[in-house]
Design a protein around this ligand. Sequence first.
Ligand SMILES: [Zn+2]
Length: 174
Amino acid sequence: MRCPYCSCENTQVRDSRPTEENQAIRRRRICEDCGGRFTTFERVQLREIVVIKRSGRRVPFDREKLSRSIEVALRKRPIQPERIERMVSGIVRQLESMGEQEIASSVVGEMVMEALKGLDPVAYVRFASVYRDFREAADFQEVLGEIAGGATSTREAGVVPPKIPAAGAADRKH
Ligand SMILES: [Zn+2]
């Protein structure tokens, strides 16, 4: 297994144990080159799902890729890795239970946003901004409005909403 920090292949398994009610094996790994520690999960894959990208290209569904994009959104947020894994598992099960062999990437994206909305509002805004390709401050306002409309307000949860870029900030790029 390649090290996610330095990309070398000198990594060792330090600990291996069943998790998620014996539906997965969790392995703690350490990189011998940079000392980086990371966790991998091994689980059964019953069915191949194909994702149809916006470009129309078809690619095999990649759980790791989904997991990574969610981890990026949750970077430095106080969420346990196990919690993230459960969320990813939930999304994969939802996709599997749709019974379709081909699923549009937009369906996967909306599922992730739905799950993140309940888990962490900041990660939700981060993911939505990348996924929906925000170009204007109004897009942020819209998503923040969606969060505020939820059962738990961001203020109650003790979460400071991310800064909204000043109007015109996006225009400067042109
Ligand atoms: Zn390394």
